[in-house]
Design a binder for this molecule. Structure first.
Ligand SMILES: [Zn+2]
Ligand SMILES: [Zn+2]
Length: 405
């Protein structure tokens, strides 16, 4: 029913629809994004959809063009303001009126201008960055989203990584843009050594800057703190590595390496909040199974008739119980199936491992003498009545003692 009117609309507005996707949405940003976030989004997406990386992929090419268009409009304060207020139509009119001479429109121009014309194919890659983040085991059980901050090297957004206040870089006069100079050393009269060295004026860059950018002091990069989202999935293995592509240290000279986050388990501790005070906090995890040690008194182990309520990692209760007369041997292990860890990304949805309860029996080491005597009397009485032979069931060979007389 809904299909017909939708089709008609699409037919009418095809031409507009191509250009009408929200620019912020295209770049994966919201309206409050700052200049740095816009540049960053463009840096990432333009590489991802570049036709060199996606040969014969029309959809990628289309995306590449759209992303360039969005970046071009949002990166410029004036056009961004117009877009925010009047949308695509406003920007179009503004561009047609010729009041934006700085605009490029050719997505490849935008791309090579952004990357300084040096980044196509075979570009150098920066080092990967590795961090460890410790989260409580509860997070591995229930799943959790965290935010974390990392200080890293970022391209200076004030000068877009040129190091120059006016965006101008001049060819270095000393090395003629080569970045290298030949130096002659006299080793002995008439004997010279020629050495190629990095240019000391431009530091090997081949270009110099007259007016240094004040934000980065001409260094082209700054130290910045950036925030990331970490999603700990249910049942994720301890030590799992999550890759944040191209989020390593940035530099205009290379494609940023990856940020690798290793998610490790925090040591258990009694916390202050209610959910940090469950028995589950002290479960031990091995793969998909959880382990717990439960203490029983002699009477409980022997006579039964006891109950324990274990509060699990999410607060639900696992009841352990024995009826009267049910014996638990010391060291016995009870498998409570389905009360272990969720199995990470299981095909059938949420499936859980087991909880293994290890029973430790604590014998009384202090007894009132009257009580001790009573126990002994009871045992003696029953031993005589049943005629218990302690060797009988031991499986040991009978001692060969013969009466020689
Ligand atoms: Zn700068
Ligand atoms: Zn130089």
């Amino acid at each position: 029913m809904l299909l017909l009117p939708t089709l008609a609309l699409v037919g009418l507005f095809t031409i507009f629809a191509l250009a009408a996707e929200d620019y912020y949405k295209l770049l994966g940003l919201d309206k409050s994004a700052d200049s740095r976030q816009i540049k960053k989004a463009y840096r990432k997406l333009s590489r991802q959809y570049h036709p060199d990386k996606n040969p014969d992929n029309e959809a990628a090419k289309h995306k590449f063009v759209e992303v360039a268009e969005a970046y071009e409009v949002l990166d410029d304060d004036e056009t961004r303001k117009i877009y925010d207020q009047y949308g695509h139509e406003g920007v179009k009119q503004h561009q047609q009126s010729g009041r934006s001479p700085g605009q490029h429109h050719d997505p490849f121009d935008i791309f090579s201008r952004f990357f300084g014309g040096q980044q196509r194919g075979g570009q150098r890659r920066g080092p990967n960055m590795e961090v460890r983040i410790a989260v409580p085991m509860r997070n591995f059980y229930t799943g959790a989203d965290h935010q974390f901050k990392i200080e890293k090297q970022a391209i200076c957004s004030k000068c877009s990584g040129s190091g120059s206040e006016d965006g101008q870089r001049d060819t270095c006069g000393r090395c003629n843009g080569q970045g290298m100079v030949i130096q002659k050393h006299q080793l002995a009269p008439g004997i010279f050594q020629q050495m190629q060295m990095q240019c000391d004026v431009c530091g090997g860059k081949g270009s110099t800057v007259k007016h240094k950018c004040k934000t980065c002091n001409g260094q082209r990069v700054v130290r910045e703190e950036e925030e990331y989202e970490l999603s700990v999935e249910k049942g994720m293995p301890k030590g799992a590595r999550i890759t944040y592509e191209n989020e390593g240290d940035e530099s205009p000279d290379w494609e940023a390496g990856d940020l690798l986050v290793q998610v490790v388990e925090k040591e258990a501790e009694i916390g202050s909040s209610e959910d940090e005070r469950t028995d589950g906090t002290f479960f031990r995890r091995k793969g998909n199974d959880l382990f717990w040690t439960e203490m029983l008194s002699l009477r409980e182990a022997w006579m039964g008739e006891w109950t324990r309520n274990l509060t699990h990692l999410d607060g639900h209760v696992v009841e352990l119980r024995r009826k009267r007369g049910e014996v638990v041997q010391p060291g016995a292990v009870q498998v409570v199936s389905g009360e272990g860890m969720p199995i990470w990304r299981h095909d059938d949805g949420l499936v859980y491992g087991d909880l293994l309860v290890d029973y430790v029996v604590v014998l009384p080491d202090q007894m009132e003498s009257g009580m001790e005597k009573e126990f002994l009397t009871v045992w003696d009485k029953w031993r005589k009545k049943k005629g218990v032979d302690l060797h009988k069931d031991s499986g040991r060979p009978e001692p060969k003692i013969h009466d020689e007389l």
